[in-house]
Design a protein around this ligand. Sequence first.
Ligand SMILES: [Zn+2]
Length: 281
Amino acid sequence: MLVNMKEILNDAKLDKYAIGSFNVYNYETIKGVLESIQERNFPAIISFGEKYLENMHFESVCSLVNSLSKDIEVPVVLHLDHCNNPENVYKAIKAGFTSVMYDGSSLPYEENVSNTAKVVEIAHACNVSVEAELGSLGAGVDSHEGNLEDKEIYTDPLMAKDFVQRTKVDALAVSIGTVHGMYKGTPNIRVDILKEIKEKVDIPFVLHGGSGTPEDVLVDCIENGICKINVNTEISVHTIEKMKELLSNGQKYHLSEISLLQVKFIKEVVDKYMKLFCKTS
Ligand SMILES: [Zn+2]
């Protein structure tokens, strides 16, 4: 059942748990995430970023997710991750995405507000939820989303209040010290900033850069208003490590077996995070 993100994030906010948002870009990632959702009988978000358009078109992602999720009874969201180009936002909505992230965080503030507000107006008319971002995440190791020169800028709580009031977004991605990719050193997550934002803004918050974040920190973030947690890099790093191990032991594999093994390894990471996010409920 494909739904928009608003309802499941509001439920998560009320009961203080988080919904996992897992990045996909091929059959194996989509299958791995959906198998985990089905097994745990717990909702999750299938995230497809604009930067993976070289791997798949919006329409292909949508058809695959629809056909592979038809027997799943819990809500599944098909979400467009990090999209800087409003044209692509509209293409994704047209293809059947139920949720979008318009990321104008690198633009001057007023431009981010007006672009986001416009996207929200159109998306809401199509019953599609919108996530936006304020602040900027730093780049970690193996990041495939951020750029090396990305600088960490924490989300300003007062600006967040103004932004949410003016744009009417459904969820806000905050920057509190997580990074895109794996951490270079010990993570320093500013839950104090998150608490300050929460005092001023009453909508679900999103944590990007979930990969490698210590579990107790994630639980603390969920307690303080984070309702959606994005995981991308760890799925890729784990699966490639496991494939390297398998292929280096001399055994021969058929490509079809490799596909099945990839689904299994992808699911291992998704399971780990799904378990953690449900546990706090
Ligand atoms: Zn992100």
